[in-house]
Design a binder for this molecule. Structure first.
Ligand code: F6P
Length: 308
């Protein structure tokens, strides 16, 4: 997100516009927690994860009263447009705010989950996928040396983009996604197949929002069915959301930050700037919110072929 903030600030300055940073997301908007930014304010942040502006989920912004306060803060500071970096929740707030008060808003997709319609990539997804891949590679060393089965739980409350990508990249025997209705029976069949193919180490990647349960629940069921297996659990958690961003994430954050400012200057509003088929694309926030990004089922098919 820092890389996107930097791109927004520097492109706005390039076009002779004033930029104000809002601390703590919508809570900061309501409180008027603002800071004037210039090109130097965003030096040396391109390579740093997170956002120096901080972020928060705001309950108050969900109320009309809260949004009214936010609007008054913007008016008082003569701020006439808003760039919002975030996911579904942030865009829902931005869309309603725009509808109620007419302030031009533009969204930049920032979530490691990659689950936004209207862009092939969200900022953070590539870095998180790489982090998971590196972590699973390390886990594989123990799995391999001790003939163990690891169930690795990755983030993805509602979507399995990270899980699927990482499963393919790490050679996992199975991936369990929120989008699927996999049964334990199907999982056991895969594990049987792995055993009959003389697999000695196994990794199962489970997205946290999968329907079979959390990694410990899954491990308990697998142990029941295969008492001979040494089953371990690793939950990667928030380490997936931090760290220096990948080259890819820095590049798309830079592109989208500039696209947000240029979009606003060209009169675009109530849209999200995204990348579709390698090209810049603006999608109405309402569409980005209500449509679901679908995982690549071709990747799932490939990962099944290669897990044999
Ligand atoms: O950003 C989305 C997400 O990473 C989900 O996959 C995950 O469930 C959630 O955030 C965790 O959020 P929190 O930091 O509030 O626990």
């Amino acid at each position: 997100m820092n890389a996107a903030v930097r791109a927004v600030v520097r492109s706005a300055v390039f076009y002779n516009k004033k930029v104000v940073g809002v601390f703590r997301g919508y809570d900061g908007l309501i409180a008027g927690d603002f800071i004037e930014l210039n090109s130097r304010s965003v030096k040396n942040i391109l390579n740093v994860g997170g956002t120096f502006l901080k972020s928060a989920r705001s309950k108050e912004f969900m109320t009309l009263e809260g949004r009214e306060k936010a609007y008054n803060q913007l008016k008082a500071q003569e701020i006439d447009a808003l760039v919002v970096i975030g996911g579904n929740g942030s865009f829902t707030g931005a869309h309603i705010f725009h509808e109620e008060f007419g302030i031009p808003v533009i969204g930049i997709p920032g979530t490691i989950d990659n689950d936004l319609y209207g862009t092939d990539y969200t900022i953070g997804y590539d870095t998180a996928s790489n982090t998971v891949t590196h972590c699973v590679d390390k886990i594989r060393d123990t799995a391999q040396s001790h003939n163990r089965l690891f169930i690795v739980e990755v983030m993805g409350r509602d979507s399995g983009f990270i899980a699927l990508n990482a499963a393919l990249a790490t050679g996992a025997i199975e991936v369990i996604l929120p989008e699927e209705n996999k049964t334990f029976q199907e999982l056991f069949v895969e594990l049987e197949r792995g055993a009959s193919n003389k697999k000695t180490s196994n990794i199962i990647i489970a997205a946290e929002g999968n329907k079979l349960g959390n990694a410990f629940d899954i491990a308990a069921k697998v142990r029941e069915q295969f008492p001979q297996l040494d089953v371990k659990v690793t939950i990667l958690g928030h380490l997936q959301r931090g760290g220096s961003p990948s080259n890819f994430d820095r590049v798309i954050a830079s592109k989208l930050g500039v696209a947000a400012i240029e979009g606003l200057l060209n009169g675009k509003t109530d849209v999200m700037a995204g990348i579709v088929n390698d090209k810049l694309a603006y999608t109405f926030l309402q569409q980005a919110i209500f449509n679901k990004a679908t995982i690549d089922y071709e990747l799932l098919r490939i990962s099944k072929i290669l897990a044999t």
